[in-house]
Design a protein around this ligand. Sequence first.
Ligand code: PXL
Length: 268
Amino acid sequence: MSTKKILAVQDLSCVGQCSLTVVHPIMSAYGWETCVLPTAVLSNHTMFPKWSYLDLTPEIENIYSVWKEVGIKFDAYLLGYLGKASLMELAEKCFDEFSNDGRLIVIDPVFADNGKLYGGFDLNYVKDMAHLIRRADIILPNVTEACFLTGTEYKTVHTKEYIEGILHKLADLSPAAAVVTGVELDGKIGEAILSGGKVSYVMGDKIPVSFHGTGDIFAAVFTSHYLAGKGLEKSADLASVFVQDCIRATDKEHFYGVCFEKVLSKNL
Ligand code: PXL
């Protein structure tokens, strides 16, 4: 398999096992040349009671002008927590200027969970993200993000009718395949997928705890397998099992993230 150059576009949270500090090691370990475009530097992620935040928007044009001069190109993108709407325009510029033919764009919108927006986000950000995802080949929203993006009421009890209504509204926003995470049906949890007009489900056992950063781990493992040609369902299944193993490997006291390091070495 030839190696591909991937650009991970997300924040660098110094502490907290999320975004670049999980995506870079995971995708590299799966054999992809993983480059980074940090969107912001935070002392720690925003589920801690406080955090510092340095927006890197002003530096990104400088990075682009050097990349242009030295001829950098990418085969794939994984976008996660961007933080500011200004980053979305810059992301589009990156797709336009630094892509090899046949590039893959995966966007995990990362702005909400459990029915609520994360700290620092508002409905304008959601509107801009709904616009950005039209450029994606695959989107990976959780149920909350999918509801915000499509203007659907958020419910904790899901039915196929409710979930498929959301999937079809996502298809109105973007031609991308949609992989909606955190779908709960018949006591199981997993992903609902809409691709080429066809709906499928990848469901597994529910572990009754929730940890931060698991969406970023899902996205990194999913994208790693998808790039290797495993397809949407298989990639989603492998990514879900990986996340479940990470949760099992984590002590309850380790409240801010999961111990993915223990699981990564076993999966290679
Ligand atoms: O895991 C998503 C994420 C990434 N980066 C930052 C976050 C969050 C979720 O809250 O705060 C900074």
